[in-house]
Design a protein around this ligand. Structure first.
Ligand code: NI
Length: 396
């Protein structure tokens, strides 16, 4: 046990340096070239087989233990966001309009740290550990997990289980959060285009007003959650963008709405979609407009495997300070494409608390975290990997 702690202390300065380097040079979804290169370079110095360009800019490392056994994957997302950073520390983003505002720089550094340490413990590993550095997590609805899976990341060697984490400012610093079943929501983006007929503002009767129709649609969509969904079920319908009109004295012939739906249950997910379509078509019929609906199924809900969540709990209780292991009672309504792996193999996703009094939420231009929590992240991943390979999940 203590040897891992010591190895983490020894590796920590490097982990911090990597995190800061990734933070200084953030690359947004689909453009993670430098990031991927740096990851591959670090993995390349270890007794790890490195694969490049897996499902885009994905990098995969396979560490084969000295003894045979199962394969567990540890995954980090590596992409940044199109946000102008407002932090002024010396490792703030060097790229205008791009920022690691979701902690993926930390996730990447944590996983690299885990890779270095696990490599040095190779002789004690029975089985394989696959390190998945995944791009494009922020690029819903396609994301980066799906292309990596399609490119075979869960095979050769076949992955039996997977673990991932997210730095989480809504959870106090020093805590680790886990939950059975749904931890994060499905996220389905949609675009609704409404077509009417132009006319002079003074003769509305000769036109078909797409702007008024789209306002009705926005209002009516609010009734889905309040009137059509069982109050015991969670759902969000948000229209975040609305565009219409060209001039104050012209009746608008076109409107465009963009929104997202978040749910935790596949049945609710389908129900919301059905109601969105019915409402849009109904309002169009009533207003003489025509609509086109482009509704995509984005990331599925992130459903943790009970046994794998138990493994995280057990490891957390063993290695963390007392009461640091927290049971999350309510899932987050944000999406996370780690969900795609969990649709295929058992696994668990946990939150690494980073919340302090002055902390900002993820995706905020001032988001940051205390780098010390990376040690906890590394420790959790290492012990969980060992525990899984030694005992599987059958260890009540
Ligand atoms: Ni994120």
């Amino acid at each position: 046990m203590n040897i891992v702690k010591k190895l983490i202390e020894d590796t920590y300065p490097k982990v911090v340096a990597w995190r800061r380097d990734f933070h200084m040079y953030p690359e947004i979804s689909g453009a993670e070239e430098r990031t991927a290169e740096k990851i591959a370079e670090i993995l390349g110095q270890l007794p790890i087989e490195v694969q490049h360009n897996v499902g885009g800019h994905g990098v995969v490392g396979v560490l084969r233990g000295s003894k045979p056994g199962k394969t567990i994957a540890l995954r980090a997302d590596i992409d940044a966001l199109p946000i102008q950073e407002q932090n002024d520390f010396d490792f703030a983003s060097r790229y205008k309009g791009k920022m690691h505002a979701c902690g993926h720089d930390g996730h990447t550094a944590i996983l690299l740290g885990a890779a270095v340490i696990l490599s040095s413990l190779k002789d004690e590993i029975a089985g394989n550990i696959k390190f998945i550095f995944q791009p494009a997590e922020e690029q819903a609805p396609i994301g980066g997990a799906k292309p990596m899976i399609e490119d075979g990341v869960l095979e050769n060697p076949h992955v039996d289980a997977i673990l991932g984490l997210h730095i989480w400012p809504a959870l106090p610093k020093g805590k680790v959060g886990i939950k059975n079943n749904a931890l994060m929501a499905s996220s389905d983006p949609f675009i609704i285009e409404v077509f009417g007929k132009n006319g002079h503002a003074s003769s509305p009767h000769e036109a078909i007003d797409a702007l008024v129709a789209s306002c009705q649609i926005v209002n009516m969509l609010q009734t889905i959650v309040s009137r059509s969904i069982n109050p015991q079920e969670a759902a969000v319908v948000t229209i975040g963008k609305m565009q219409s009109g060209t001039k104050y004295n012209v009746v608008a012939d076109y409107a465009k709405l963009e929104g997202t739906v978040r749910t935790l249950d596949p049945k609710t997910q389908l129900m919301v979609e059905k109601r969105v379509r019915e409402i849009v078509n109904g309002v169009c019929q009533a207003t003489g407009t025509i609509a086109e609906i482009n509704y995509s199924h984005g990331y599925p809900a992130l459903i943790n495997d009970k046994n794998m969540a138990n493994l995280i709990r057990e490891v957390g209780r063993k290695i963390l300070p007392q009461e640091a292991m927290i049971e999350i009672d309510k899932p987050a309504m944000g999406g996370e494409d780690f969900a795609n792996y969990l649709q295929r193999i058992p696994g668990a996703f946990f939150w690494l608390g980073s919340g302090q009094e002055d902390s900002y939420p993820i995706h905020h231009p001032k988001f940051d975290f205390d780098e010390n929590i990376m040690k906890t992240g590394i420790e959790m991943l290492i012990h969980s990997a060992f525990q899984y390979l030694e005992k599987g999940t059958d260890h009540e």
